[in-house]
Design a binder for this molecule. Structure first.
Ligand code: ACO
Length: 206
């Protein structure tokens, strides 16, 4: 797998917007091009909690665990919290724009080269959280969390594309490493994504 060149961080099909969690220009254009036709990768949007025939961000996360009951107000509060720290939290989604929009959630872009978030179906998601350390000369570490591909979309390399994008964002932010915890059954997937076993995961659940 060819590494993503950081110099290719340009030409996003999305424009910077208050509705997006972070500047979409941080997503390398090269990674957009690796997706299946009609699929786009973009920052999480303020409107991504809205369910239109099971297409929401939260629905996508259900392959990971239970989500609970999250009101629109709860979602907006959490979104704003993350957005105020958008040099720290980078949550991305892959949207299948081939799905016809029956009830558009936002106005259509005036530019044909720009894509309006929320007109398709969210099919995958993931986050990289950038931790600021004292060690390693105030080093930064990326933590990959909550990688999810909808059950009917698995096996199309969307998980791989999510990880490639999060690694590129982590590298772009200056992280000296990007790490994650996973179950034994997902080890082969992460090895395909360029990760190797290091250390042991420990947990304490309240
Ligand atoms: N075992 C072995 N190989 C695998 C597995 C697996 N479980 N999953 C994927 N692969 C391989 C694929 O065959 C492919 O190999 P290839 O390049 O030789 O063809 C490569 O890994 C890339 O696979 P993708 O098609 O990108 O995988 P997919 O889109 O299905 O996403 C994922 C994988 C994210 C694990 C998905 O199945 C999923 O959402 N599972 C449920 C939720 C989950 O377990 N998420 C990860 C939690 S850990 C965390 O969040 C840090």
């Amino acid at each position: 797998m060819a590494p993503v060149s950081i110099s290719s961080v340009t030409k996003s099909p999305f424009k910077k917007s208050d509705d997006l969690l972070f500047d979409p220009a941080l997503i390398p254009a090269e990674l957009q091009e690796r997706l299946p036709a009609g699929y786009v990768v973009r920052p999480l949007a303020r409107t991504d909690n809205q369910v239109r025939s099971n297409t929401s961000f939260l629905k996508t996360l259900e392959v990971l665990t239970t989500i609970g009951t999250i009101s629109d107000e709860d979602f907006q509060k959490r979104f704003q919290y993350l957005k105020q720290r958008n040099d720290e939290y980078f949550t991305i989604v892959i949207e299948d724009m081939n799905v016809p929009a029956t009830t558009p959630r936002s106005a259509t872009s005036s530019s044909p080269s720009l894509v309006t978030p929320g007109r398709g179906k969210i099919v995958a998601a993931g986050t990289v959280l950038v931790e600021r350390k004292f060690i390693r000369q105030l080093g930064l570490v990326g933590h990959i969390e909550d990688i999810a591909v909808s059950a009917d979309q698995q096996g199309k390399k969307l998980g791989l594309r999510i990880i490639e994008t999060l690694k590129a964002i982590g590298q772009q932010q200056g992280c000296y490493k990007v790490i994650l915890d996973c179950s034994e059954k997902n080890v082969p997937f992460y090895e395909k994504c360029g990760f190797e076993r290091r250390g042991v995961e420990m947990g304490w659940y309240v």
